[in-house]
Design a protein around this ligand. Structure first.
Ligand code: GLU
Ligand code: ZN
Length: 287
């Protein structure tokens, strides 16, 4: 019997690709899983282009990624957000953090910090006094395992850590579903949400193929571009990777596959990777 359609909810999920190359299988997993989680909750799903690091950007890749998402039937429910146009919001957040004593300017050089695994706190006392020499701005953390991380780089670019949180707040994101490669960043994000006075979303981290030690083939598959792959096969491969029930063979449209996958969505079946904590896998959220 078909499940009843979920009622509209306050769930807002997102997919936030960096335009540093074509969409690969690993990102398709994050795109599809975040979309399925949002749809099965009756929620919205947004796409944000994280183009805040021009030196690492590959020209044309944002357009490419969006075209590949469209082929997979994944469309943002709101106009796309581009981080390159968000400097003002990041600057506002940064001055708020500086004035509330949660951030400080740092003049340490890469060389001075080279021997320390985490930032040793040298410039903490500088606070919001703007140094005359080139400086970055760091978040003042009370978690010694993280260290004071960079919010704005010395070259003037915004750090991913700040931008992602400011934008998740601006877009009202309630649930983040992303790869376990970002697991290390999550404690930083939780601290930033707190310092900015906003409730944090619920995080789930997807297993990475590379967590299967020594399995070179799956690593290769994971980083392969799917630009020119058949979107129906990509959907089926992603669902298999996530240990979701295979959709009936007869289904031969993207829309059909999507409907079937939403109805069958079973996040508890997603395999756990050894380093993955997720509210799906252990029954708790991380905030
Ligand atoms: N832009 C980040 C990436 O592509 C993802 C950010 C996130 O999902 O929080 O790795
Ligand atoms: Zn410093």
């Amino acid at each position: 019997m078909p499940r009843p359609a979920p009622s509209p909810s306050n769930y807002v999920g997102r997919f936030a690709p960096s335009p540093t190359g074509a969409l690969h299988f690993g990102s398709a997993v994050a795109a599809v899983a975040s979309w399925l989680a949002a749809r099965s909750a009756g929620g919205r799903w947004l796409v944000r282009v994280e183009d805040l690091d021009p030196p690492r950007e590959v020209p044309g890749s944002a357009v490419n990624i969006l075209a590949t998402l469209a082929q997979l039937g994944l469309h943002s429910d709101e106009p796309l957000m581009y981080q390159s146009g968000r400097s003002e919001a990041y600057a506002d957040a940064l001055s708020h953090l500086l004035s509330s004593g949660c951030a400080f300017h740092c003049t340490c050089t890469r060389r001075e910090l080279a021997e320390y695994p985490i930032y040793p706190g040298n410039c903490r006392s500088k606070g919001s006094t703007i140094p005359t020499d080139q400086h970055s701005t760091r978040f003042l953390t009370n978690d010694p395992s993280i260290g004071d991380f960079v919010l704005r780089r010395a070259d003037g670019y915004w750090a991913y850590q700040l931008a992602v949180v400011v934008d998740d707040i601006a877009q009202g994101i309630t649930h983040v579903v992303r790869g376990a490669d970002l697991l290390d960043s999550t404690p930083r994000h939780l601290q930033l949400f707190k310092a900015l006075g906003s409730p944090a979303p619920i995080y789930s981290h997807l297993p990475l193929a590379r967590t299967r030690a020594g399995d070179k083939l799956s690593k290769q598959m994971f980083s392969q571009s799917i630009e020119s792959a058949d979107p129906l096969s990509v959907w089926r491969d992603v669902l298999a990777f996530l240990h979701q029930p295979p959709p009936p063979h007869a289904i031969d449209t993207i829309e059909g596959l999507q409907n079937s996958a939403v109805a069958a969505w079973s996040p508890e079946s997603i395999p756990a990777a050894s380093n993955v904590r997720s509210h799906w896998l252990d029954g708790t959220s991380e905030n």
